[in-house]
Design a protein around this ligand. Structure first.
Ligand code: ADP
Ligand code: ASP
Ligand code: MG
Length: 408
């Protein structure tokens, strides 16, 4: 079998953990498999590199940020190769340039376009465990790019797809995908399996156990994807096309605290204003999520929207610079907000789901600022101060409702 494994930062945080993972990898190889391992930067390395950059230049260019951040992953693969060598095994570490992981041009949020397999194939043939840096690629200018925070999952799945691996296993610090973040909601339940679509919504709404794009790639290329613990032997969660699990009302609750809201207030109520605002955001590579437009009053209107918290400064600057052209009276923002979402393929056929969700919000006295829905998801924007309690309340409400439903 050809196996791709990915270990997250917490799983390789120190020498002891590096050796534990090295032993696991060698066992898989000894069992007769070819093994490719994607690694993230150790522990909080990426965060500390970001902090270092901020000390020097808070407005560092995205190109230089990528150059800096990519070093974290390079440390991990080299250290892992050394550990495997120390244990008498064969391994080689490769960065994105050596493999040939080509991405789009965009720094800090690049997408993988092509992965060259020759070098990896050669190394596997030589009996090496191939250790590949996660999170990074190379663009057409020959520069290092990164894939966005949490992007090593995507590196692993894209490698599995490109090399037609038999399985892609994501090893992390929890033993699978849960109905809510198990660190916040104590009685969250582990799912044995979940569909690509549901996982995609959970991931895009902040359940950071998988990088959103890794699920997109897995779905597109039908990669067998498993989320497992790097500490216990528990079987984990299988992410696949069609989950045959008994349908619950919802499959999970997700929270995203890294969100900011921008309100462009008092704009002339005429065609083209929304286009101008969102065109500006697109020009800055800022993804916009929930959008709310007020009904006009006195010939004026307000447009509010949410973006990732990391993009707030760039977005505000672009709007302030164009305030007059947008005819805006004021540009306000709030970064003390968070998104709470419920996700489940069952909700399309269950009219009571929305009501239960809003009842849980009401019961816990949480004020809703914005709402957005899709066929399998409802999201609300609330104050960040309320998010943990609201997540627990909503999870509890659906847990109880599902138990009651089973009794009927
Ligand atoms: P890694 O460093 O291995 O990539 P991450 O920190 O990126 O790990 O992702 C794992 C974390 O995701 C868990 O520690 C957990 O707190 C969080 N998480 C959020 N939502 C969920 C969920 N629904 N199921 C499991 N874990 C979740
Ligand atoms: N090291 C990167 C990050 O912290 C990528 C990853 O962990 O997946 O975001
Ligand atoms: Mg991660």
């Amino acid at each position: 079998m050809l196996v791709v494994r990915k270990y997250g930062g917490s799983s390789v945080a120190d020498a002891e953990k590096v050796f534990r993972v090295a032993k696991q990898i060698l066992e898989v190889q000894k069992a007769g498999n070819q093994v490719i391992v994607v690694l993230s930067a150790q522990g909080k390395t990426t965060d500390s590199l970001i902090a270092k950059a901020k000390e020097i230049n808070p407005n560092a260019s995205r190109r230089e940020m990528d150059m800096l951040l990519s070093t974290g992953e390079q440390q991990s693969v080299a250290l892992m190769a050394m550990a495997i060598h120390a244990l008498g095994g064969k391994a080689v570490s490769l960065n994105a340039m050596q493999v040939g992981i080509e991405t789009t041009k965009t720094y800090s949020n690049a997408r993988i376009r092509t992965i060259h397999r020759e070098r990896i194939d050669n190394e596997l043939e030589r009996g090496n465990v191939v250790l590949v840096t996660g999170f990074q690629g190379v663009n057409m200018l020959g520069d290092i790019t990164t894939l966005g925070r949490g992007g090593s999952d995507t590196s692993a799945v894209a490698l599995a797809a490109a090399l037609h691996a038999d399985v892609c296993e994501i090893f992390t610090d929890v033993d699978g995908v849960y109905t809510a973040d198990p660190r916040v909601v104590k009685d969250a339940r582990k799912l044995d399996e979940i569909s690509y679509d549901e996982m995609l919504e959970l991931a895009s709404q902040g359940a950071k156990v998988l990088h959103c794009r890794s699920v997109e790639v897995a779905k597109k290329y039908n990669v067998k994807l498993v989320v497992r613990s790097s500490i216990t032997e528990a079987p984990g969660t299988v992410v696949k096309e069609d989950s045959k699990m008994e349908r619950m009302l919802i499959s999970g609750v997700a929270a995203d605290k890294k969100v900011s809201r921008i309100s462009v207030l008092g704009i002339q109520d005429e065609p083209g204003k929304a286009f101008e605002i969102f065109n500006l955001m697109a020009g800055e590579n800022v993804s916009v999520d929930i959008i709310l437009q007020s009904t006009g009053h006195d010939g004026l209107q307000d447009i509010s929207f949410t973006i990732g918290a990391d993009d707030l400064d760039i977005a505000l600057k672009a709007l302030e610079d164009n305030k007059e052209r947008l005819t805006a009276q004021e540009i306000a923002h709030d970064d003390n907000v968070a998104k709470l979402s419920i996700v489940g393929a069952g909700m399309a056929t269950n009219p009571g789901v929305a009501a239960l969700f809003f009842e849980a919000m009401y019961d816990s006295g949480v004020n809703i600022q914005m709402i957005s829905t899709s066929e399998i998801k409802i999201t609300v924007l609330i104050s960040e101060n309320d998010i943990d309690a609201a997540m627990a309340a909503v999870h509890d409400k659906f847990q109880t409702a599902t138990v009651n439903m089973r009794k009927d």
